[in-house]
Design a protein around this ligand. Structure first.
Ligand SMILES: Nc1ncnc2c1ncn2[C@@H]1O[C@H](COP(=O)(O)OP(=O)(O)O)[C@@H](O)[C@H]1O
Ligand SMILES: [Mg+2]
Length: 253
């Protein structure tokens, strides 16, 4: 596996009974890149993410992260190696503050070195780390607000903060803008871009908003019926006739 490939799948497959949700998917993701996955509802995008993060086990095929096979690792091991993911369903503790949510995420998924510290000192460490992360996602001034009282856009930022807690190298973001008012989308996307470039992180994004995808992606993989229909730069995907005919029109709506 080439050094610049951070994540690779080989012939990844997942069946649910008779349904093949992910079918023979081989994808390579370049380190430091912004790689989007698009496709209609039911195309297998979320299932694919679940296979990458270890949430689901594949029926067949392999997943490699930084050259190491991680196909059968449990989620917490994948997190430890540097894979962070969001879920379509929100993961926040609604009755805790922003600060507490992020601090808990730091504690729950803390890196090894945090374990060396005990009680009070550990708490301080987590709190400092939580402040740092709140700064990254622009929520320091809302640190003491309850998560449930945040506007939707800020809840999405908080989720992003929680994913950042264990300092992942690869972020899997499954429709982070879902349900957001369209005028809030550019800000969240800009934030994700900032996290990618300043933190030298790799982003894999599932996103419905084609304008966003075309603007920010280095590479786009188009999925349909569990398979990879096409892959390329935004320009290549825009110009791809199969994609054009079958999906892009519908996706832009
Ligand atoms: N846990 C599951 N059990 C059975 N079928 C599932 C399960 N998860 C997903 N599917 C099915 O797999 C297909 C792909 O779903 P999904 O990965 O959620 O697609 P997408 O995220 O692209 O909308 C769909 O037909 C969906 O109904
Ligand atoms: Mg999905």
């Amino acid at each position: 596996m080439a050094d610049d490939i951070i994540l690779e799948t080989r012939n990844l497959r997942r069946e649910f009974g008779a349904l093949v949700a992910v079918n023979n998917v081989s994808v390579r993701v370049k380190a430091g890149s912004f790689h989007s996955i698009i496709g209609p509802n039911g195309a297998g995008k979320t299932t694919f993410f679940n296979l990458l993060s270890g949430t689901l086990k594949p029926t067949a095929g392999q997943v490699f992260f930084k050259g190491k096979e991680i196909t059968h690792l449990p989620v917490h091991r994948a997190v430890h190696l540097g894979i962070g993911r969001s879920f379509q369903i929100t993961n926040l503790f609604p009755n805790l503050t922003v600060m507490e949510n992020i601090r808990l995420a730091c504690q729950a998924m803390g890196r090894d070195n945090f374990r060396l510290f005990r009680s009070h000192r550990a708490f301080r460490q987590y709190e400092e780390r939580a402040w740092e992360i709140m700064g990254k996602v622009g929520l320091q001034d809302k640190a003491l607000m309850l998560a449930r009282a945040l506007p939707h856009g800020d809840q999405r930022k908080l989720e992003l903060g929680m994913i950042l807690a264990p300092d992942p190298q690869l972020l899997l973001l499954d429709e982070p803008t879902a349900g957001m008012a369209s005028e809030q989308v550019p800000e969240l996307i800009a934030l994700i871009r900032e996290i990618q470039t300043s933190g030298k992180k790799t982003i894999i994004l599932v996103e419905h908003n084609m304008n966003v995808v075309m603007r920010v992606s280095d590479t786009i993989t188009v999925m349909h019926y569990g398979e990879v229909l096409a892959e390329g730069t935004p320009a290549e995907i825009s110009a791809n006739e199969t994609v054009q005919k079958a999906y892009l029109g519908a996706l832009y709506e």
